[in-house]
Design a protein around this ligand. Structure first.
Ligand code: NAD
Length: 368
């Protein structure tokens, strides 16, 4: 059983355009590296609603549960803005995340040298940056009960509850430590143990998991507010950051901006290991369906291509090939081949989505 199964869900807007380039790259790995994928393609979001009346058909959900990895483009667009909430394109994505129980959201923040001037920070602070934020995705303040807006003493009170069980903290901590083993071996855990009991428990459990099963990993703890400051002061001090749902939401967006462009940001959401030992996994760019440029061949395919590189590394145990693909993207950027979103204000003509794909494939070929 060594086939690599992959479900591709291009979705809406620029999703199909950027995914077309990933499909060519998958074909390149099959032809030139003998890395065979059993690829199935299906609909999600508005595209699924057009055909099935729902943003994710049951058969597609079943396929997602049976493959090694799901690769998604983007969902949504103005055409679907007036749909009922229950069938909006985003609900397809939420259903995937929920039913696959994807509790660890991985957001790398990598600053390619060629793009360091796009960061809001100084080049010398961000050049060479390579950090990974692991955000707990299925619990904490966004899910805890009680929640709601209630009447109390003649006025309304809004309530959300930060709630974490030991097992929820344990499993996301393990995800972070496992990742660190494939990286520089350092994890910084962030919470607010100074003012929140859930933070005290978070710190205790993360430390206990490390002491019991990951003695090779260097673990540090930081209050999340200081973490925010450190991310903009000296982001290169970090390797892997693990944090809860709420703090992770904020900190991963801060980290994303260190690197400059939305068109460059990949992500992965991982769940528990399946029978074959691989984690349930969904890979997708951070950006949306970009309706303002859809259908024009202008979209930057790098975020989706780098999401596939994450799949190579974390689902298919092909870290060397992931390195090869990331290096190819870096080389193309360094050579000055750029889509419009990566162009400074004046000069040069932007590459199309297809041209960017061509250049990355040429760089892969040159790497052999
Ligand atoms: P967006 O990420 O689609 O676009 C924001 C801006 O960034 C736009 O100007 C767009 O042209 C640009 N951009 C985004 N990706 C790009 C790329 N790969 N190359 C070049 N430029 C790129 O966010 P939005 O405009 O707020 O949302 C548009 C639609 O996408 C909405 O329907 C929204 O609900 C949906 N959305 C989906 C996801 C997802 O599928 N995960 C995430 C965010 C938004």
């Amino acid at each position: 059983m060594s086939t690599n199964s992959l479900l591709i869900l291009p979705g809406d807007g620029i999703g199909p355009e950027v995914m077309a380039e990933v499909s060519r790259i998958i074909a390149w790995f099959a032809d030139r590296r003998g890395l065979k994928f059993d690829v199935n393609e299906d609909l999600v979001g508005g595209a699924a609603h057009d055909v099935h009346g729902v943003p994710l058909a049951d058969e597609t959900m079943e396929k997602a549960q049976s493959v090694d990895a799901v690769l998604l483009g983007a969902v949504g667009g103005p055409k679907y803005d007036d749909l009922d909430f229950s069938v909006k394109p985003e609900r397809g994505l939420l259903r995937l995340r929920k039913e696959m129980d994807l509790f660890a959201n991985l957001r790398p923040a990598v600053c390619f040298d060629a793009l360091a001037d796009f960061s809001s920070l100084k080049r010398e602070v961000v050049a060479g940056l390579d950090i990974m934020i692991v955000r707990e995705l299925t619990s904490g303040s966004y899910f805890g009960e009680p929640r709601g807006i209630f009447e109390e003493n003649g006025e309304r009170v809004g309530i959300n509850t930060q709630r974490y069980t030991e097992s929820e903290i344990d499993r996301v901590a393990r995800a972070a430590f496992d990742l660190a083993r494939k990286r520089a071996g350092r994890v910084c855990s962030m919470e607010k143990a100074n003012v929140m009991e859930s933070g005290i428990l978070w710190r205790e459990v993360v430390q206990a998991v490390r002491d019991a099963d990951y003695p090779d990993i260097e673990l540090s703890h930081m209050y999340a507010d200081n973490g925010g400051m450190q991310l903009v002061r000296n982001p290169r001090q970090f390797d892997v950051i693990v944090t809860d749902n709420l703090f992770g939401d904020l900190l991963s967006d801060v980290a994303a901006m260190l690197t400059g462009s939305l068109g460059m940001l990949p992500s992965a959401s991982l769940g528990a290991p399946m029978e074959n030992g691989r984690p349930r996994a969904l890979y997708e760019p951070v950006h949306g369906s970009a309706p303002d440029i859809a259908g024009q061949g202008k979209a930057n395919p790098c975020a989706t291509i780098l999401s596939f590189a994450m799949a190579l590394r974390y689902s298919f145990d092909a870290g060397d090939e992931a390195d090869r693909l990331e290096a190819a993207v870096e080389k193309v950027l360094a050579d000055g081949v750029r889509t419009a979103d990566l162009m400074q204000t004046e000069g040069g003509s932007p590459a199309s989505t297809r041209k960017m794909g061509d250049a990355i494939i040429a760089a892969l070929e040159a790497s052999l």
